[in-house]
Design a protein around this ligand. Structure first.
Ligand SMILES: Cc1cc2nc3c(=O)[nH]c(=O)nc-3n(C[C@H](O)[C@H](O)[C@H](O)COP(=O)(O)OP(=O)(O)OC[C@H]3O[C@@H](n4cnc5c(N)ncnc54)[C@H](O)[C@@H]3O)c2cc1C
Length: 476
């Protein structure tokens, strides 16, 4: 164990979890290679407005069975974000704020559907989109013409918000049954990191100095940035693994744990791995999907809440939507709302999904701000103040991510593949030694798309190596 050399590709949550656990187990020769010039991956906390914002993961989703929560529960690091989440309004594109009774009715219907989803999807063969559409309209019952129009607008908005949770372009590509494979952690689903951001969790894992955002703690001597891995030769005559970096440098290892995102694997696996990955692995990479969810942060001089709540969801009337689709701002259809942020009173955070988000990423920041201000004026009578600062994410454009988080597709059902196929390690034919292992959120069977899933996957692969060495201990 002391001499075994292990290379981990990626210093995101999975890579950091794997590396820190391997060091704890007594492995000494551990090296993390990270393409970016920072640690964290899809956890990216940066200073903004009154303290920090999270460009990627923002909340700890749940308590029971959530390793992130379990590690931090006694440390007073987390706070409930409920004050910021419940009380948002629904505003139509004619500037009408939907009345409370109607909003409450729609919200109750979708929350009832969500609470019975686990029983009802058991034998369901269709997509999540089909299931939610059928359930919403049947549970809604008869409505007058005008309320029905608003119900349709509400449901269109709800589906986009749901896409932002699943990471999908639309809900008709999300497997209904696949939802059951994801295990919710009971408890508060939106715990935030106060004014410190999600980075503070990684600092805890690494035992890093919490006042120094660059400190790598126990990984200090084990991490290299700007180290993009171009190729992993996982079958060599010598029986080890050979890694080639972007600058031609070669690194030999006994084991490689690859934590690159599913988006990166999709784009690069034919040239990243030599020999090519086995068919079962390629099918898993092909069948699962990493969608795009992006954020906007608008910092105002003073707190700004135009609809007098904790935010507002945008409902497009049919005629306005048709006009929007024929305009340069067509991509705003994917932006479903702006919401207040805990511990950041002067911020609004907007969310955009799917193909619309990918288009937004191709625009300049000036073009995006112009469009967002146009949207504000369209939805609110009072002149929206111009933000003093603006920020948007571009998770898809970055070749080290190519998206936001993974989900189980209808196509994965068709192929009969899942996260477990992605997680299966490739072993040495002679002694079953794990040569090439896979970790990362998309390899988590029950907690994919989350940080806690990513952390568990890193620990899983560290444990696999420990088990291997314990089973192969030399006799005294
Ligand atoms: C906008 C957004 C919001 C989110 N919100 C939440 C949330 O609120 N709660 C939650 O639990 N989760 C959330 N998530 C998901 C969560 O961030 C991810 O599931 C988790 O961080 C993934 O960690 P990972 O280690 O699997 O992958 P990553 O963080 O992607 O780490 C992989 C690392 O590998 C590096 N890499 C890739 N290719 C190479 C290469 N060839 N050579 C070297 N290095 C390479 C990358 O640069 C990256 O640092 C969110 C994600 C996004 C994008």
């Amino acid at each position: 164990m002391e001499s075994a050399s292990i290379v981990i590709i990626g210093a995101g949550a999975a890579g950091i979890a794997a590396a820190t656990r391997l060091l704890q187990f007594g492995f000494l020769n551990v090296l993390v290679l990270e393409a970016e010039n920072r640690y964290g991956g899809r956890i990216h906390t940066i200073p903004f407005a009154d303290n920090v914002v999270d460009l990627g993961a923002q909340w700890c989703h749940g308590e029971k069975g959530n390793v992130v929560y379990e590690l931090t529960r006694d440390l007073d690091m987390l706070a409930s974000a409920h004050d910021q989440l419940g009380g948002y309004s629904f505003v139509r594109s004619n500037r009408e704020v939907i009345n409370g009774t109607l909003t409450a009715k729609f919200k109750t219907i979708v929350s009832n559907i969500e609470s019975k989803i686990y029983e009802e999807l058991e034998d369901y063969e269709g997509s999540l989109g089909t299931y939610l559409t059928e359930s919403f309209w049947s549970d809604l019952g008869p409505l007058g013409k005008e309320d029905k129009t608003v119900a349709r607008e509400f449901f269109e908005n709800y589906k986009k918000m749901q896409c932002s949770m699943d990471g999908s372009d639309h809900l008709f590509e999300v497997s209904g049954k696949g939802q059951l494979e994801y295990w919710d952690c009971e408890g508060d689903h939106n715990l935030n990191w106060k004014d410190k951001g999600y980075r503070s969790f990684l600092q805890l894992l690494m035992k890093a100095d919490s006042n120094d955002t660059t400190d790598l703690g126990v990984l200090r001597k084990h991490t290299r940035y700007n180290s993009h891995v171009e190729n992993i030769k996982w079958q060599t005559q010598e029986g080890n693994v050979r890694i080639r970096l972007w600058n031609g440098e070669l690194i030999e290892a006994d084991h490689v744990i690859c934590t690159a995102s599913l988006g990166v694997l999709k784009e690069t696996h034919p040239k990243l791995f030599t020999p090519p990955l086995p068919n079962a692995k390629c099918r898993a990479i092909d069948g699962l999907k990493l969608g795009t969810v992006d954020k906007f942060f608008l910092e105002f001089k003073e707190p700004f809440a135009p609809a007098n709540g904790t935010g507002f969801s945008l409902l497009w009337r049919e005629e306005d939507l048709l006009a929007l689709r024929n305009s340069e701002y067509f991509w705003l259809e994917g932006l479903f709302g702006f919401y207040c942020v805990s511990y950041q009173p002067r911020l609004l955070e907007g969310w955009i999904i799917g193909a619309y988000a990918r288009h937004m990423e191709t625009l300049t920041e000036a073009e995006v701000i112009k469009a967002v201000l146009w949207l504000f004026r369209k939805f609110f009578t009072n002149e929206a103040p111009t933000p003093v600062r603006f920020l948007r994410t571009r998770w898809h454009s970055n070749p080290n991510f190519r998206g936001s988080y993974s989900f189980r597709t209808m196509y994965a059902e068709e192929l009969r593949i899942g996260s477990a196929d992605l997680a299966t390690p490739l072993l040495d034919a002679k002694d079953d030694r794990p040569l090439l292992q896979f970790a990362g959120e998309a390899t988590s069977t029950h907690h994919y798309s989350t940080v806690h899933g990513a952390v568990e996957s890193g620990w899983r692969e560290a444990q696999r190596l420990r088990d291997f060495y314990q089973a192969h201990k030399a006799p005294l």
